[in-house]
Design a binder for this molecule. Structure first.
Ligand SMILES: Cc1ncc(COP(=O)(O)O)c(C=O)c1O
Length: 442
């Protein structure tokens, strides 16, 4: 046992006992990569039930934006819990109105917005696609290959990052046509400008197959998440905006993963200056409390008639309290930290790339960073098995990681992460990489 923070072999006896209890009673559909059984966490550090300490560089899938158990978030939740646990979104309370006011302040639309609160990313996407259909009266949508938007039947119709998300569930909601997400590292089209090529492809689609006048919305992640942490080429989102404006189509940015400071700006689309009509948020918004939001231009959302869309748990007081505390922390310090430490982290990974030919590319923004793993060849063949082994070896070395796309390792630590923690993570990553390259798996 080389890691001084480990108290047992991995997984330890308590973790193994939990896995054995869980096996017969929990759904086998959870895509679990390694046997981490959580006890507690603080900031970027988490401990398992056997007392082993890990660095969390996946933040509960990009959720623990302010780190684990941030005292201000915990205090806000406790304070809310002392007052009441639920009243439903059909009534009013301070935390719900306070949160929608804050969302109106940070929204990137450049004009007044309204918000609809829910509990998860997929529900925020459902709300967005319902709103787009409601206000345009149009039945079709454009989505992007490699996207992940959720697993309920509407969002699932757009989701296309892995076939396992679709297999056995067809048909989902009809009317969605997928187009490629521009990927300069693995270009699908001829020419240097993959963004322009995709825009031309959509134009061709409009002429031949999908009447633009029937399209309610184009939905896109401004930095593709589960599909491989792809940063779109400069000008692409602006081109999409222009295309939407030309045809009266709404532009939806799904910022469930890329939003709330993760990329060093409150919302990722701010890097491009492109303003969506509707934006979805969830994950990091509540620092771990379940919450989602559909944020839309007021002139769109105000068209929803009473009862057109609603829910029981939206605006939950504990989730709203957590989200208010999160937004305040992100605005005052963590957004800037994500930009600063993200740049440092990216530089460290690019340095690592100099010593490892299997690292094909390091890309991302702020603390949403992907490391593309390739076989040692000129074709940039995805090193899928190596990526899987690396995620596993990360765990055995004390570093919690996740992959995305085909062979991309993704890093999404809490926005509060320090450069010292990044240094430690890069040290652990180097060990894990060496082991994974030697073929070591579990
Ligand atoms: C961009 C994006 N949209 C939507 C979702 C769905 O969120 P949830 O799992 O909370 O339903 C995710 C989850 O990974 C996501 O990354």
């Amino acid at each position: 046992m080389s890691n001084p923070h480990f108290k047992s072999e991995l997984p330890g006896p308590k973790a193994r006992a939990m896995l054995a209890r869980d096996l017969p009673v929990a759904s086998p559909s959870y895509p679990r990569d390694y046997p981490f059984v959580m006890s507690h966490g603080r900031g970027t550090e988490v401990w398992d039930v056997d007392g082993n300490r890990f660095l969390d560089f996946m933040s509960g899938i990009a959720v623990c934006s302010t780190g684990h158990a941030h005292p201000r978030v915990v205090a806000a939740v406790k304070d809310a819990a002392d007052k009441f646990l639920h009243i439903s979104s059909d009534y009013w309370h301070e935390n719900m109105t306070g949160l929608t006011e804050r969302l109106a302040e940070v929204a990137p639309m450049g004009e007044p917005v309204m918000s609809f609160l829910c509990q998860s990313g997929t529900e925020s996407v459902e709300g967005a696609i319902k709103l787009a259909r409601y206000v345009t009266g149009r039945p079709r949508y454009i989505g992007f290959l490699g996207s992940f938007h959720g697993r309920t039947m509407g969002s699932l119709a757009f989701t296309s990052s892995k076939y396992t998300q679709q297999k056995g569930f067809a048909p989902a909601m009809p009317g969605v046509t997928h187009v490629p997400y521009p990927n300069p590292y693995r270009p699908l089209f001829a020419g240097a400008d993959q963004g322009k090529a995709v825009l031309d492809y959509i134009r061709m689609l409009f002429e031949r197959n999908v009447p633009a006048s029937e399209v309610a919305a184009i939905m896109i992640e401004p930095l593709q998440g589960e599909g491989g942490y792809l940063v779109p080429p400069d000008g692409f989102l602006a081109g999409l905006r222009a295309l939407c404006d030309e045809h009266g189509i709404l532009l939806i940015f799904d910022e469930v993963q890329s939003g709330v400071g993760r990329t060093g700006r409150m919302f990722c689309c701010e890097h491009s200056g492109v303003k969506p009509d509707i934006l979805t948020s969830a994950k990091g918004l509540g620092s771990g409390l379940p919450i989602g939001a559909v944020i839309a231009k007021r002139r769109l959302m105000e068209q929803w008639k009473r009862g057109a869309h609603g829910n029981t748990f939206g605006g939950n007081p504990l989730s709203c309290a957590a989200a208010i505390a999160t937004l305040d922390l992100v605005r005052s310090e963590y957004m800037a930290n994500a930009a600063r430490v993200g740049e440092y982290f990216m530089a460290q990974l690019r340095q690592l790339q100099q010593s490892y030919r299997c690292i094909g590319e390091v890309r991302g923004r702020g603390l949403m960073i992907g490391m593309e793993l390739i076989e040692n060849d000129a074709e940039r063949t995805p090193a899928r098995a190596l990526c899987d082994r690396l995620v596993t070896r990360g765990y055995y070395n004390g570093l919690l990681l996740l992959s995305c796309g085909v062979s991309t390792l993704r890093f999404m630590p809490p926005l509060s992460v320090s450069t010292a923690e990044v240094d430690e993570a890069v040290r652990l990553l180097r060990v894990a990489l060496d082991e994974a390259l030697q073929g070591k798996a579990g």
